[in-house]
Structures are given as C-alpha cells and as structure tokens.
Write a protein that binds this ligand. Structure first.
Ligand SMILES: *[C@@H]1O[C@H](CO)[C@@H](O)[C@H](O)[C@H]1NC(C)=O
Ligand SMILES: *[C@@H]1O[C@H](CO)[C@@H](O)[C@H](O)[C@H]1NC(C)=O
Ligand SMILES: *[C@@H]1O[C@H](CO)[C@@H](O)[C@H](O)[C@H]1NC(C)=O
Length: 454
C-alpha cells in the first residue's frame, strides 16, 4: 500500500512538472504575439521557439521516464513478506517451507489473507485506485510484447480470489481477455467478476454464458463462446490460450510470447492415439440429466471426418487462424455438431482438429507425430499415479500439496521443480491450500518481468 501511494505521488509529480513546462510554453507564445514584430518574423520566432521548447520538453521527459522506479510494481506485500522468505522457498529451503506451512494453517493468517467477493465489489467501485493498489501493469513491458498480443479465454465458477490473482499475473494492456462465468455461480461471485472486468477495457465477460456440467459439451461451448468474442474484439492478437480459475502462469508474458513465436505458426496441444477404453465416450450418445452427464444405449454415427478421433486435453495454445477455422469452417462445424452429445468432447475435439490437414498450425495425421501432454507447452499437471522417485523411473517428484481427482494442487515444495519445466501454465493452484505457492510464484514472475526492463 505504501508503494502504491508512492507511485501515485510520483505520477502527480511528473504530471505537475509537465503541466508547468506546458504552461510556460503557452505563456511564452502569448507573450511573443504581444511583441511588436512584423508578422512574418513573429511567426518564424514562434516556430523556432516551439521547436526549442519541444526539444527541451522531450529531453526532460526522457530523463524523467528513465528515472521511473519500477520497484513499486514488484509484488511486495508488507503483511506477507516478513512471515516468509520466497527466495528461500524457491531454493527449496526445508526450514522455510516448513515454516510457511505452519503459518498457513493458522486461522488468523487465513482470515487476514482471504479476499472475498464483497471486498472486490467494494474495491472495484474505484477502478483507478484498484489498479494501482493491486499493482496491475498498465503499460506493455516491451515493444516485442506489444507487437504480439495474446487472447485468453478463462472459464471460472468459484474462488474469486484465485481468479483475480490469475488475472493480475497474466494481465497486460495489449492482450485480450474473455471471462466465462458459469451460469450457476453464486450471484455475489458473478457481481465481483463484473466489478473486476469493468476496470479493464480489454477484459470482457463472455457474451453468452453456459451452465457447465462436468464432462459435457458445455465446457467446450464456453471456450467457443469466448473464441467468438475474442475474435471480434480485435484482429491483432496472434495466439489463443484457454485457462481455468485454478491455473497459473509459470512464465512471464515475454517468455510466453517468445515460446509461442518459437512454434513458428504451429499450435501446441496434446494430441495422440485414442486409447481403446476411451472410445465409449463417442461411440455411445450421452446426455445431461439433472445437472449430470449420463450414458445412453444409443449408438452414435461414425464421426464426420475421414481421420481417426485423437485423444488430448481441454487446454490449448492455438494461433488465431485455428480459431477462425473453428468459428467458420464447415468441416469444423460438422465435427462440433457431431461431438455435442459425447462424453468430455474437450478431450478429443481440439486434438482431432489439430490432425486435419487444412487446419492452420496443425500437424500430420501419422501417429509418429503424436504429442503427449508433457511435450505440449499448454499445461503442466502432476498426476498422482506418475509421482514418485525420479531415479526409480517416476515422471516427477511427489506432490507437495494435496490431490483433487488425482491432480496435484501445488504446495510451495513444487515451485522449484515447476519453474524448470517448459510449459507456459500449470494446474492446479488454490490459495486456500497453499497461499505461498501462488504468492511466491507471482512475486518471482513479476520480479523477473521487471528485471528485464533494466
Ligand atoms: C531471503 O533469503 C535470501 C537467500 O537466503 C537472502 O539473500 C535474503 O536476504 C532474504 N531476504 C530477507 C528479506 O530476509
Ligand atoms: C447439438 O447439435 C444439434 C444439431 O445442431 C442441436 O439440435 C442440439 O441442440 C445441440 N446440442 C447441444 C447440447 O448443443
Ligand atoms: C475465504 O472466504 C470465502 C468466502 O467468504 C470462504 O468460502 C473461504 O472458505 C475462505 N477461505 C479461507 C481460507 O478462509
């Protein structure tokens, strides 16, 4: 908070200085007009004076800008920092990690750090203050990032605090964000999302909201709704990224941009041979009954494409033209329509489109081009069944948090490992599980992003 005040103080100092210089420039021009000089000479003098003053003003401005202290944009929470040293946590310091876990289970810590929907509604009544106080970036950090805008679709249904932290971590003014809020989310939650999005021109709530049923078509429809909104919002963005409320970036925006550029126009998503046990998902018809998806005995027609169905995940990194294909291509429309009564279409639709020859950014159909989840850049996930001792063949060290549906909800002990992985985003994070995992990660990324400015 102190640094936020400092930020504002310095801003107004610069504004004051600039307006002082401007004022003296104006009054100088007025004085010139009063001089009894021939008209032509008067004009020439004014022009010369204006050029001189502009030069002076420009130099002053450059000098002021280079003196801007970006440290006020660091994620430094005066209440949190004395409790726990994030540098030590990222270095896997056992004592510090143990200490952080003891602090987090105290009731007082939990109530101090929890930010409720009501709080967000209150704060976002004054957007300018909210943005400064929450340290949102309000300018692109580099021309490279400015020239490579990204489009995000974020699907959420609860835990407003997690969502706002995620948005802050990935927010940049040149990017575009579409938020899909589950229709069945509590009204207070929805209101808080409206409050937060209303503070940013480039963040919108999806124009069509779905009631999301786990495993059903509605999950894909939510992303398609956001694809449509983002596609019409701007023609500038280069890649589409979809996230959920419990994801968090593990790369800075600049690193994300560079990783995407290195794909050279390809998409990055899991797409591989369909295991036989999953084929039931689209050989039988499924339907939603009372908010849950159920299998029927009705056989489905074969898919309307002449390729196999591929297996993959819900999270994708795809170029703009892929999104255009999804929205406009008749083949895509047929596949989408055919998929809408299957089980978990998010886990095969994108993967199958990625293997259609005419899809922009796709890869060849041959199974030798299969891309597994660990080789795609879109999402880092720790599955319980693959955890263990790496020296004994496990894929990754054990989860330091706990599991939800066999997926690790990260703890501070996972951070060091996570930051060495190639993916751009990781799943799952939860402030209620491990506040410091999110806090230290965000602090690290913001520091890295600001350090690149120097
Ligand atoms: C945090 O730990 C690092 C590494 O041990 C140390 O260099 C730094 O001074 C510590 N920071 C604070 C505020 O104690
Ligand atoms: C699936 O597509 C069919 C044909 O367009 C449509 O009638 C039906 O409402 C769709 N179902 C869902 C769940 O979107
Ligand atoms: C934070 O507040 C929300 C809403 O009041 C509540 O549901 C949640 O359990 C709280 N979390 C913690 C860690 O206290």
């Amino acid at each position: 908070m102190t640094s936020a005040v400092k930020l504002c103080g310095e801003c107004s100092f610069f504004q004051q200085l600039r307006s002082n210089v401007n004022n003296s420039l104006n009054s100088a021009a007025t004085n010139m007009q009063r001089l009894f000089l021939p008209r032509r000479v008067r004009l020439k003098t004014i022009v010369l004076l204006a050029i001189a003053m502009t030069t002076v003003l420009y130099t002053v401005r450059i000098r002021l800008d280079s003196q801007l202290d970006y440290s006020m944009l660091e994620i430094n929470d005066d209440k949190i920092d004395p409790l726990c040293n994030c540098t030590k946590i990222l270095q896997q310091d056992r004592e510090e990690m143990g200490r952080s876990k003891l602090i987090m289970i105290t009731k007082s810590f939990q109530s101090e750090t929890n930010i409720t929907a009501e709080k967000y509604i209150e704060w976002t009544a004054n957007c300018e203050k909210f943005k400064v106080f929450r340290k949102y970036l309000t300018f692109p950090l580099s021309p490279e990032e400015e020239n490579f805008p990204l489009a995000y679709s974020i699907v959420i249904h609860h835990k407003i605090h997690n969502f706002e932290r995620l948005l802050r971590a990935i927010y940049a003014p040149q990017n575009f964000y579409c938020i899909h809020v589950d229709k069945k989310a509590p009204p207070l939650f929805q209101e808080a999302v409206v409050g937060i999005t209303s503070c940013f021109e480039n963040v919108v709530i999806s124009s069509r909201l779905e009631t999301i049923v786990y495993g059903s078509w509605s999950r894909v429809q939510a992303d398609i709704n956001c694809m449509r909104d983002l596609y019409s919002m701007s023609s500038r963005w280069k890649y589409f990224i979809n996230l959920c409320g419990q994801d968090f970036p593990i790369k800075t925006n600049l690193e994300v941009v560079r990783k995407l550029k290195s794909l050279r126009g390809k998409n990055s998503l899991e797409t591989e041979r369909m295991p036989a046990r999953k084929q039931i998902r689209w050989t039988k018809q499924f339907k939603v009954v009372k908010g849950a998806i159920v299998k029927t005995d009705v056989n489905k027609k074969p898919p309307p494409i002449n390729s196999p169905i591929f297996s993959g995940g819900a999270y994708i990194l795809v170029r703009r033209e892929f999104v255009q294909y999804v929205l406009e291509n008749p083949v895509a429309h047929k596949l989408i329509e055919w998929s809408n009564d299957t089980y978990s279409p998010d886990e095969f639709l994108w993967a199958t489109l990625q293997r259609q020859g005419d899809v922009p950014g796709s890869i060849p159909r041959s199974y030798r081009y299969d891309l597994t989840d660990v080789n795609s850049l879109s999402r880092l996930v720790k599955w319980q069944q693959y955890e263990g001792q790496e020296s004994k063949g496990a894929m990754y060290p054990p989860c330091d948090g706990h599991h939800i549906r066999s997926v690790c909800v990260y703890g501070v002990g996972d951070l060091s490992w996570m930051l060495q992985q190639p993916q751009l985003f990781a799943n799952k994070f939860d402030l209620d599980t491990d506040y410091f995992a999110t806090y230290c990660l965000e602090k690290h990324l913001r520091h890295k992003a600001l350090a690149a400015l120097k």
